[in-house]
Write a protein that binds this ligand. Structure first.
Ligand SMILES: Cc1cc2nc3c(=O)[nH]c(=O)nc-3n(C[C@H](O)[C@H](O)[C@H](O)COP(=O)(O)O)c2cc1C
Length: 221
């Protein structure tokens, strides 16, 4: 599966078989986690074989089952921490999808188990990403349309529209999709609305946009 197929096929999966991820796949995830941590100055961690975070009534309320492994989304507090976590976390989500694993971003419906996740002084735990073999591949959900997130003028290049299609497939907290994109003179402006996790959502969406449009981070205004 290539990364565009990963964007198209990914859906949040909350019900897993309970089979821990094998060492080989864990090794692949660890190497991407390392890349993300270096590039973004982050402290993402892979927590393996730890079913307790998702065994509380809260997690069951969130319909999680069989979660054995997850990625802790941690980094030093800063103005751009949320967006950076979204961007690099989604890189991991798509890598996981490409190696046959399923995922779900989780901001709230899990419990932090003492001794599992390291959060240093001045750092923040933003949430986790469950990862494993889903009982299903998840299902497509309703989505905003391009005109809801961008006022199209007709002058936008094809790569911009391609990027927007991928943005609409990005996961967002409670499927809120609270962002707007616009194109001007070869560059792109992306803005998040207000509310919880909207800046994380924006980072996730920007990673989708860059991947599908074929542009790099220099595209952002
Ligand atoms: C930042 C963030 C936080 C999320 N937190 C939770 C959560 O606490 N519990 C949950 O069940 N799903 C959570 N989700 C998953 C969203 O509900 C899901 O991405 C959204 O409904 C869109 O569905 P899709 O991922 O299948 O495209 C979260 C997603 C994001 C991006």
């Amino acid at each position: 599966m290539d990364i565009i197929q990963a964007i198209e096929n990914r859906h949040s999966v909350r019900s897993y078989t309970g089979e821990p991820i094998p060492d080989e796949k864990a090794g692949m995830l660890l190497s991407v986690i390392d890349q993300c941590n270096r590039a973004g100055n982050l402290r993402f961690q892979l927590v393996r074989n730890e079913p307790k975070a998702f065994s509380s009534p809260l997690a069951r309320y969130g319909k999680f089952s069989g979660v054995m492994d997850y990625i802790a989304v941690v980094g030093p507090k800063s103005a751009d921490l949320e967006e950076k976590c979204g961007y690099y976390g989604e890189k991991l989500v798509l890598e996981a999808q490409m190696i046959g694993l399923n995922t779900c971003w989780v901001g709230l419906t899990y419990r932090k188990i003492p001794g599992t996740i390291t959060v240093g002084r001045g750092e923040k735990l933003l949430g986790v990403i469950s990862v494993g073999y889903g009982r299903t591949q998840g299902v497509p959900r309703r989505s905003k349309s391009i005109s809801d997130i961008c006022s199209i003028t007709g002058n936008e290049p094809e790569w911009f529209i391609r990027g927007l299609h991928a943005v609409l497939l990005a996961p967002t907290a409670v499927n809120q999709q609270k962002f707007r994109f616009s194109y001007k003179d070869g560059r792109v402006r992306a803005e998040s609305g207000s509310g919880f996790y909207t800046r994380t959502d924006l980072g996730i969406a920007k990673y989708h946009f860059e991947t599908a449009s074929g542009k790099g981070p220099e595209i952002w205004e």
